[in-house]
Design a protein around this ligand. Structure first.
Ligand code: SF4
Length: 345
């Protein structure tokens, strides 16, 4: 009887290898990729110029294609909010609730496994690789709190961990699993070469924006401004894009930094009032929050400061409300010394 495993696929090298290790042992594997809204995958690097050398692809799907497995992409945006708001085990260096996140994802994968009659779960985790969620003492916490217990196999470091059910039952040969540990990526790279994988995503710090210091500051600013720990999908998408400037507690400006961001923000002009320089080349700005009429001019002066007319006496901008009504405003660009550093989120 062929045993079936469900793999958590992030799109990085580790999950790619973990699946291939099990495929070599004749296990049928299908992948799950959870979409939280904070995923780095295929978002900002698809918009900004500086990242254009990176392939614009969904790496989880790409991994599945390389491995020849089916990938189930599951949207957990709503349920995941509770993990972000109230992590039982707290946050990491930024707003990343990694241990709670892992528990949650393994729990969701367990429910999927049970509903689809699969036998166990695999992940690409390596003991000692991440400071919080991939430690020898926290790995059993994931197993216990998610309810998966010994049906969770980590093929890349299994030899450093107690035997799991698939090993005990002989579905998987423990001798053909690995004993990787620590932060070095060299063993993974060597294994990738052995399997003939030449191209794979290079993980840079984490799989989601919650590990990013600047992003976390912006999210905290949003919570503070709204007076509660809430967010909607558009909020967390927009935190990935543009310069965020809060001249008053009640509203902030989201100013594009380059053409790609400007085009991306255009798509939000029915939801947010906007400003766009017309006399000079310049950014598009969305205004998020409550502001008074007289504050539009202050906002326009800030936006003008980031346009090519920053040294001109006056810059003309178009203000557009969410119904599409427009009017022109002429302002003097805000001189650099008047831009309060504390406004910059
Ligand atoms: S980096 Fe993000 S997605 Fe990855 S475990 Fe941590 S919180 Fe979860």
């Amino acid at each position: 009887m062929q045993r079936k495993a469900v793999a958590l696929i992030s799109g990085g090298l580790d999950s790619l290898l973990a699946v291939r290790v099990l495929q070599e042992q004749g296990i049928h594997v299908e992948g799950i990729n959870f979409f939280t809204g904070f995923c780095v995958e295929g978002h900002t690097h698809a918009i900004r110029k500086k990242d254009q050398k990176k392939p614009k692809r969904n790496n989880a799907l790409w991994c599945a294609e390389q491995l020849g497995i089916k990938l189930h992409i599951i949207d957990i945006v709503e349920e995941y909010k509770d993990v972000v708001f109230n992590p039982k085990y707290g946050y990491g260096a930024n707003l990343n609730p990694c241990l709670d996140c892992k528990i949650f994802m393994v729990k969701k994968a367990r429910e999927w496994m049970e509903a689809h009659d699969f036998d166990f779960i695999i992940t690409g985790e390596v003991v000692g690789q991440r400071p919080k969620s991939q430690r020898k003492d926290t790995m059993p916490v994931v197993q216990k709190d998610s309810g998966i217990e010994d049906r969770l196999l980590r093929p890349l470091c299994a030899k450093n961990l107690p035997q799991t059910l698939p090993e005990r039952e002989g579905w998987v040969d423990r001798e053909k699993l690995y004993d990787f540990s620590g932060r070095s990526r060299k063993p993974q790279m060597a294994l990738a070469r052995k399997f003939g994988f030449e191209d794979y995503a290079q993980p840079a710090g984490g799989c989601c924006f919650l590990t990013d210091a600047q992003y976390s500051v912006k999210l905290q600013d949003l919570w503070k401004a709204r007076g509660n720990k809430q967010y909607e999908m558009d909020d967390i998408m927009l935190l990935k894009v543009g310069r965020h400037i809060r001249p008053e507690p009640g509203y902030k400006l989201i100013i594009s930094r380059e053409e790609g961001e400007g085009k991306f923000l255009q798509g939000y002009r029915k939801q947010y009032p906007s400003l766009k320089t017309t006399s000079h080349a310049g950014p598009l700005c969305l205004i998020d929050g409550d502001f008074a009429e007289e504050q539009i001019e202050q906002a326009a002066r800030i936006v003008a400061r980031y346009s090519q007319g920053k040294n001109a006496d006056t810059v003309e901008l178009e203000y557009r409300d969410t119904d599409g009504n427009t009017r022109n405003i002429q302002v003097a660009p805000l001189p650099p010394h008047e831009l309060n550093k504390e406004w910059i989120v």
